[in-house]
Write a protein that binds this ligand. Structure first.
Ligand SMILES: Cc1cc2nc3c(=O)[nH]c(=O)nc-3n(C[C@H](O)[C@H](O)[C@H](O)COP(=O)(O)OP(=O)(O)OC[C@H]3O[C@@H](n4cnc5c(N)ncnc54)[C@H](O)[C@@H]3O)c2cc1C
Length: 401
């Protein structure tokens, strides 16, 4: 017996996870996507499923997100290209190694396995890294997947539980228990979940709701199996991410199941142009070959950009819109929405069903974003309107991909 009707707007990984979770607890679910499934930020993402500790709330959400992916890991179909490769945060010098040591202690306090590596141990794990590095922090429980097929898998499961997926179905506006489609039709439901990424503020009337584009570039190499074993990220990214630079790049490499290497990453706040910036790519590749010189001999076969949906405090909004108990948001996951999609869906369903939430929902509530943000900035080209942005930006998250 179906117990409630739900509409999910947005067919990225967050909407797919919500649709799957709602369908499995007895919802009659319809998912509405304006384009095609996983065509937004999800298509651009790196697929690193990791634990991050920029704030207690981020740690809680990434930890539950990673653990929910881990629970189902062995059941994911081959197309999801799952790889439990772990992460090594690479420390270039003694100061970074000390930072790694502090993180290891913090992770241990939360029961997250983390192994501090001296230089010898680092080269034991990753012999191709350049000489002279100080060590690193290995997080064996982190993993990698391919976001578009992971999204498709979640939707397949939703459909198997009775959900209906409607692509090329743009929503114009959403309210308490209803959505108005661009073609003039209105759908009603007990629960409406807006998981439309960057477009979310344009669909709902929530003063102060701000989601800004944080552009990122990624490149992928030809096949070169065996060059590295873990996802590798420089710990020094902390410094560059907190700097004043309009654009920052960091060493961030991912081994793909195909034998290719995914090279990241860059960050440009409020750059809404999807074109590839060759200057940024050159900086990103130079940083990558500085750490892994052998990469210089491997051809790059494709480079692309995407837009991380970023809120001012770097946490997603997950929960009901104040004053509209049948209108919920699940958006603004910046650089960790792949890692936290399942955690987001769990948190949403826990609250919808009035169950004891698995993690504290308060840091993610919609009402934390005050109505004091009034300026206007454009969202990526192709989006129909502009979104509100805050008067001031807070420092970016240092660890997100
Ligand atoms: C370069 C880069 C690297 C990244 N790396 C990682 C990583 O390694 N790990 C990680 O966890 N995260 C990573 N991310 C972040 C991650 O990709 C995002 O957080 C995540 O994909 C957000 O998913 P979403 O479903 O909220 O948004 P989206 O994927 O953008 O989905 C929103 C969907 O809503 C649809 N939509 C919008 N408006 C409407 C409307 N009016 N009607 C109907 N549908 C609508 C859109 O078409 C879109 O399909 C990365 C992002 C980038 C750009």
């Amino acid at each position: 017996m179906k117990q409630f009707d739900a509409i999910v707007v947005g067919g990225g990984i967050v909407g797919a996870a919500c649709a799957e979770a709602l369908a499995h607890v007895g919802g009659t679910v319809r998912l509405l996507e304006r384009g095609h499934i996983a065509g937004g930020a999800t298509a651009a993402g790196m697929g690193h499923v990791l634990v991050l500790d920029d704030s207690d709330a981020q740690l809680a959400l990434t930890r539950i997100g990673r653990s929910l992916w881990t629970e189902r890991w062995s059941h994911l179909p081959p197309a999801v290209e799952r790889d439990a490769c772990g992460t090594i945060w690479v420390a270039a010098d003694e100061a970074e190694l000390e930072a790694a040591s502090r993180r290891a202690t913090a992770y241990a306090a939360h029961g997250i396995e983390a192994e501090l590596l001296d230089a010898e141990a680092l080269y034991g794990h990753e012999p191709r890294l350049r000489r002279g590095l100080a060590g690193g922090l290995r997080i064996p429980g982190d993993r990698v997947l391919y976001p578009p097929t992971a999204t498709r898998h979640l939707l397949d499961r939703a459909v198997a539980a009775g959900a209906v997926i409607l692509e090329r179905t743009p929503v114009q506006r959403a309210g308490n228990g209803h959505v108005d489609l661009a073609d003039g039709n209105r759908f009603e439901a007990d629960l409406v979940v807006i998981a439309a990424g960057l477009a979310t503020p344009m669909l709902v009337d929530v003063p102060g709701l701000v989601i800004r584009p944080k552009k990122g570039h990624l490149s992928i190499t030809a096949r070169c199996p065996g060059l590295l074993r873990h996802q590798l990220i420089e710990l020094g990214y902390l410094t560059s991410a907190h700097g004043d630079e309009a654009a920052s790049v960091a060493f961030n490499l991912q081994p793909r199941a195909t034998g290719q290497i995914l090279i990241g990453s860059s960050r440009q706040l409020d750059d809404n142009e999807p074109h590839v910036d060759q200057g940024i790519v050159a900086r990103m590749l130079a940083r990558a070959t500085e750490y892994l010189p052998a990469l210089g001999n491997v051809p790059i076969v494709r480079t692309w950009t995407g837009f991380r949906p970023a809120t001012p405090d770097h946490l997603p909004v997950i929960g009901p819109v104040p004053g509209a108990p049948r209108l919920w948001l699940a958006a603004g996951h910046e650089g960790f929405g792949i890692a936290t999609a399942l955690g987001t869906a769990r948190l949403l369903v826990d609250q919808w069903l009035d169950r004891q939430p698995t993690i504290d929902p308060r840091p993610f509530r919609v009402e934390r974003l005050s109505a004091t943000h009034r300026a206007t900035a454009c969202v990526p080209r192709g989006a129909p309107e502009c979104a509100a942005v805050p008067d001031q930006d807070s420092p970016p998250s240092p660890f997100a991909a």
